[in-house]
Design a protein around this ligand. Structure first.
Ligand SMILES: [Zn+2]
Length: 320
């Protein structure tokens, strides 16, 4: 197999048309944000075409593939379930894998929840850059969006539209001190590793006791989440002034990874969350006329002109 040096911060660069795996195993330990459970996780290189597969080493190596069919209905984090076996809070790792172009990997965990680490995807990106990537002898496939697919629920909205590359527009409207934030990211041109991966998860101090009483944030601490007081973050400076909406983009990329491939198209999200993200995945996969599995012919070449629907535009983000 051909070895290629890993270009830090250049995510899908010159080798965007070939599948990749990590060049060596990686280990992470930590606690689950929601369960507070200690977990050891190991990422292992995997064969071309095998995708991202979780393995519960505490349950006889039971395997759960990171695909839409296995998405479980849990609102606060994205979870996978097969035959009653759960893997939860998959979104940050899956985001890093999609964002950095890792197609095939086995993820061994010895508990039900992935470690929250520092609340972002940066530790994964740094680890990938440490061991490097191995380019594999198989052309990468993407889910090329052919027609719009949308999900609306009250004031929440998410839609995916034809377009070249992978573009995301996200708007949020949270209580003070966050308020409204909006960002547009072009993952073909911008670097996932520097613009999205460092953005951390966040929570309101005012909600903390209620969520703790409900057992939903047993692992939360000032080391793995931005804690928001009335006047702003209580634990140090932000990594970006719009870190909150960047984290929502990070989550979105991780949740849409459950489509099974990187998406080629444009995603528009307004006040969405994990439930909306995964609802879009289900609706998209169900509508076989809305997408096709396609090969990229070369890096950055997604030939949108070949598709008549590619000129359709998404509704502009309404004022939030
Ligand atoms: Zn998150």
């Amino acid at each position: 197999m051909m070895e290629q040096g890993f270009l830090f911060g250049e995510d899908l660069g010159h080798f965007a048309h070939m599948e990749q795996t990590i060049a060596a195993p990686l280990e992470f330990t930590g606690v689950g944000l929601h369960s507070g459970a200690e977990v050891a996780m190991r990422l292992l290189p995997a064969a071309a075409g095998s995708g991202i597969v979780f393995r519960r080493t505490d349950l006889d190596n039971f395997e759960i593939a990171a695909i839409g069919r296995n998405v479980a209905k849990v609102s606060y984090a994205t979870s996978l379930m097969r035959q009653g076996v759960l893997i939860t809070t998959t979104e940050h790792l899956l985001s890093a894998l999609i964002g950095m172009g890792v197609d095939n990997v086995i993820v061994e965990v010895d508990n039900l929840e992935l470690p929250i680490l520092d609340g972002s995807a940066l530790p994964y990106v740094e680890a990938f850059s440490r061991v490097g990537m191995r380019t594999q002898r198989r052309r990468r496939e993407v889910i090329r969006v052919l027609r719009p697919v949308e999900v609306r629920e009250g004031g929440k909205f998410i839609g995916v539209y034809p377009g070249c590359g992978y573009k995301i527009e996200y708007a949020i409207d949270f209580p003070a001190p966050i308020g409204q934030q909006k960002t547009c990211v072009d993952l073909a041109a911008e670097t996932y590793g520097t613009a999205i991966a460092p953005a951390r998860t966040f929570g309101y101090k005012a909600d903390e006791q209620r969520l703790r009483d409900m057992g939903l944030i047993r692992g939360a601490s000032a080391e793995n989440a931005i804690i928001l007081g009335a006047n702003g973050p209580e634990n140090g400076p932000l990594r970006f002034t719009d870190e909150y909406v960047r984290h929502k983009v990070l989550d979105l990329i991780g949740d849409l990874a459950l489509a099974g491939r990187r998406i080629e198209g444009r995603v528009v999200a307004e006040r969405a969350g994990h439930a909306m993200h995964t609802a879009l995945v289900s609706r998209l996969l169900r509508d076989r006329s809305a997408w096709e599995m396609a090969h990229l012919t070369a890096a950055h070449d997604s030939t949108p002109a070949a598709h008549p629907d590619a000129s359709m535009t998404a509704p502009a983000l309404m004022g939030i």
